[in-house]
Design a protein around this ligand. Structure first.
Ligand SMILES: NC(=O)c1ccc[n+]([C@@H]2O[C@H](COP(=O)([O-])OP(=O)(O)OC[C@H]3O[C@@H](n4cnc5c(N)ncnc54)[C@H](O)[C@@H]3O)[C@@H](O)[C@H]2O)c1
Length: 249
C-alpha cells in the first residue's frame, strides 16, 4: 500500500485499549473507522484522532450482532474504498463463583467477546485479503490458562484464540495475516470497574494476576501497531502474550 493512506477499522474504539490503538495508528496517518456501543466515548476518540491529524469515521452499535459486524465493514469499504487493518478489540468482563454463573451473563459474554470477533472476522477477511491486510484480535491471558472466578470470560477468550488459529489456517494460502494479542491486566476502564467476588481466595488469583503489576493501554497499542506493520510480515496465526510474564510458568 505504498503511498496510499492505510485504513484501520477498530471495534471497542470508544475507550481503553481501542482508543489507545486508534491514537497510535492515527499518529502514523492511518485513517480510523472506530466502532463502539459507547457513543460519547466514541466521539471523544474521534476528536482525539482528528486532533492527531487523521481522518475518523465513527460507527455506533452493538458488536455482538452479525448484521452489525457486516454493516461496519460495508460502511468502511464504502467510505474509504478498502480496509488494511481490522482490530477486534471490544470486550467485556465479569467475575463470579462458577455456581453463580447465569444464562444471561454467559450469553452476553459469549456474544460480545466471541461472536463479535467471529462475525467481524467473517465480514473483514475478504476485504483484508484484497489489500494484503492484517486482522488482529484482542484475546487475553484468560484464553491461555485457567482462572478461578473467571470461567465465562476465560471460555470466551479461549474461543478467540481458536478463531484466530483456525482462520489463520483456513486463509493460509492468501496474503492476509491473522494474529491475536493476549494481555493480562491492563489499566483501562474495564479493570477500573472490575468487581471480584467478595470472598475471593487470593491464593487462587495470584497465578494469573502476575508479579509485575499492570500494563498500560499504550503498551498494548504498541504491540498492535507492530502486528499491523510490515515488520510483522512473518507473523501469522500467532497468539502474542503481552502479559508481563503471567503465562511464563
Ligand atoms: N483491561 C484488561 O486488563 C484486559 C486484559 C486482557 C484482555 N483485555 C481485552 O482487551 C479488550 C479491550 O478491553 P479494555 O480493557 O480496553 O476495556 P474497556 O472497557 O476500556 O473497552 C472496551 C470497549 O468495548 C466496548 N464495548 C463493550 N461492549 C460492546 C458491544 N456490545 N458493542 C460494541 N462495543 C462494546 C466498550 O464500550 C468499551 O469502549 C477486550 O476484549 C478485553 O477483554 C483487557
Amino acid at each position: 500500500m505504498t503511498g496510499q493512506t492505510k485504513v484501520a477499522v477498530l471495534t471497542g474504539a470508544g475507550g481503553g485499549i481501542g482508543r489507545a490503538v486508534a491514537l497510535r495508528l492515527a499518529a502514523d496517518g492511518t485513517t480510523i473507522v472506530g466502532h463502539d456501543i459507547d457513543v460519547d466515548g466514541l466521539a471523544e476518540t474521534g476528536d482525539a484522532v482528528r486532533s492527531a491529524g487523521a481522518e475518523f469515521l465513527g460507527c455506533a452499535g452493538d458488536i455482538s450482532q452479525r448484521a452489525e459486524c457486516h454493516s461496519l465493514v460495508a460502511s468502511a469499504v464504502e467510505k474509504f474504498g478498502g480496509i488494511d487493518v481490522f482490530g477486534c478489540i471490544a470486550g467485556i468482563s465479569n467475575a463470579q463463583h462458577f455456581a453463580d454463573l447465569d444464562e444471561a451473563t454467559w450469553s452476553k459474554m459469549m456474544s460480545v467477546n466471541t461472536s463479535g470477533v467471529l462475525w467481524c472476522s467473517q465480514a473483514a477477511i475478504p476485504h483484508l485479503i484484497e489489500r494484503n491486510g492484517a486482522l488482529i484480535n484482542v484475546a487475553s491471558n484468560a484464553g491461555l490458562m485457567g482462572q478461578a472466578y473467571n470461567v465465562a470470560y476465560t471460555a470466551t477468550k479461549a474461543a478467540v484464540v481458536a478463531i484466530t488459529r483456525s482462520t489463520a489456517m483456513e486463509f493460509m494460502k492468501s496474503s492476509i495475516r491473522i494474529n491475536a494479542i493476549a494481555p493480562a491486566g491492563v489499566d483501562t476502564p474495564l479493570t477500573q470497574n472490575f468487581k471480584l467476588v467478595d470472598d475471593a481466595d487470593w491464593s487462587l488469583i495470584e497465578p494469573y494476576a502476575g508479579h509485575r503489576g499492570m500494563s498500560k493501554a499504550d503498551d498494548i497499542a504498541g504491540v498492535f501497531a507492530f502486528l499491523a506493520s510490515d515488520d510483522a510480515r512473518s507473523m501469522h496465526g500467532a497468539i502474542v502474550a503481552t502479559d508481563l510474564g503471567s503465562t511464563a510458568g
